[in-house]
Design a protein around this ligand. Structure first.
Ligand code: ZN
Ligand code: ZN
Length: 388
């Protein structure tokens, strides 16, 4: 009987444990950081940031330290906690403490090497609507009767101030952003430095236009209220909208300097929005034409290999026929893949080497509303006689 007992006990244990695997390793596997692959550009690091995040300390449903962990796992470099000053729907359960969310999130960010920035959302009727102030030294002085006093208090602290969701249907019923004289006055008083061209899943072309016309930093932020994974399938290629900051290093001060210098772009879904001086080097550092010289028969085809070493799927439109060499109208360069692009040679093209520049536009790299980044695919095609 004793012998049977010894056999049965380990058997029972192994049967119980087998389907579970190793619980501690599984927990460890969940606590990983994704690497966001968007290249640096000459002279600057490309930092991935979200400057608009809510917690339970206003109308969010997440405790602040979780915000730091979510962002770290998603591969972000910096976040700002920006709870509403004026809108405190949890006040019966949590006392109004405008600095508390930052104070809770920051130590967890420090442990992970994630930058956490102190911010607040000034939440007023339109105009001026909602504005975030980030890089505050204290949020308390922003709790004023008059919104002008609130923004002046932020300016005095050296904060970077931007207009949130300018076309939000809560304040613009038709979803069209409108610029009010009050916003012009804010720019004149050094109280408006940036604008959300992207907020959550919305893109505001009017805001994009103003960013260019009025020299405001282009921002794309999540404005997240729920746990990240309720709104974004971050484990399956989806990501929250982020602001790319082109910073001299990865310090808070370098981020602040880059924001005031307007060295930013918005990144949402597969879309990048920004000036050509930032988007072109990102594109050029992402892709490489592996076979810039190809051989094709008259009336035949050749395959050009283009590698894309980034997380952005580039969508090109253009092509056509140049000097007897034709390229497809639509070209997709899948993220982190090498794509084959078919090049055709007309039957009547003379044998010999021809150098062609095939004009494309990268539609998802948006320089201004409706205008993508121009790009020329340069190839050397050796045309050989059809009978060989
Ligand atoms: Zn808001
Ligand atoms: Zn908000």
């Amino acid at each position: 009987m004793k012998r049977v007992g010894r056999v049965i006990v380990p058997l029972v244990l192994s049967v119980l444990l087998a389907p579970l695997g190793s619980p501690s390793l599984r927990a460890q596997e969940l606590r990983v950081r994704r690497q966001v692959r968007i290249p640096d550009i000459p002279g600057y690091q490309t930092l991935k940031c979200d400057f608009h995040i809510h917690t339970v300390f206003s109308d969010g449903s997440v405790w602040p330290n979780v915000r730091a962990e979510e962002a770290w796992r998603e591969g972000l470099d910096a976040i700002a906690i920006t709870d509403h000053i004026e809108y405190q729907p949890h006040a019966d359960d949590l006392p109004t403490k405008h600095n508390r969310a930052f104070e809770i999130a920051k130590p967890h960010g420090d442990q992970l090497g994630l930058i956490v920035i102190r911010g607040s959302e000034v939440t007023r009727a339109m105009p001026p609507g909602h504005l975030n102030a980030v890089f505050l030294t204290s949020s308390e002085p922003l709790d004023t009767v008059e919104w002008r006093d609130s923004l002046e208090a932020a300016r005095k602290q050296g904060a970077f101030i931007f207009w949130n969701h300018p076309g939000w249907t809560g304040q613009q019923p038709d979803g069209v952003a409108r610029w009010y004289p009050e916003h012009g006055a804010l720019v004149d008083r050094d109280q408006l430095h940036g604008i959300e061209v992207i907020n959550a899943r919305s893109y505001y072309p009017e805001a994009h236009r103003w960013a260019l016309e009025k020299d405001l930093a282009i921002l794309g932020n999540s404005d997240i209220h729920a746990p990240l994974n309720l709104d974004y399938d971050a484990r399956d290629g989806d990501h929250r909208p982020t602001t790319l900051v082109f910073a001299k290093d990865d310090s808070p001060e370098a981020i602040r300097e880059a924001l005031f210098a307007r060295r930013t772009a918005a990144y949402s879904g597969n879309l990048l929005i920004g000036k050509e001086e930032f988007l072109r080097p990102i594109f050029e550092a992402s892709i490489e034409v592996l076979t810039p010289a190809v051989t094709a028969k008259q009336g035949g085809q050749a395959w050009v290999q283009i590698r894309n070493d980034s997380d952005v799927r580039y969508e090109l439109n253009g092509g056509g026929s140049v000097e007897g060499v034709s390229a497809p109208e639509d070209v997709v360069l899948s993220a982190n893949r090498t794509s084959l692009v078919a090049i055709g040679v007309d039957e009547v093209t003379e044998p010999g080497v021809v150098r062609v520049e095939l004009p494309y536009t990268v539609d998802n790299l948006l320089l201004e509303p409706g205008t993508g980044l121009p790009y020329e695919l340069v190839l050397e095609v050796e045309v050989v006689p059809a009978e060989e």
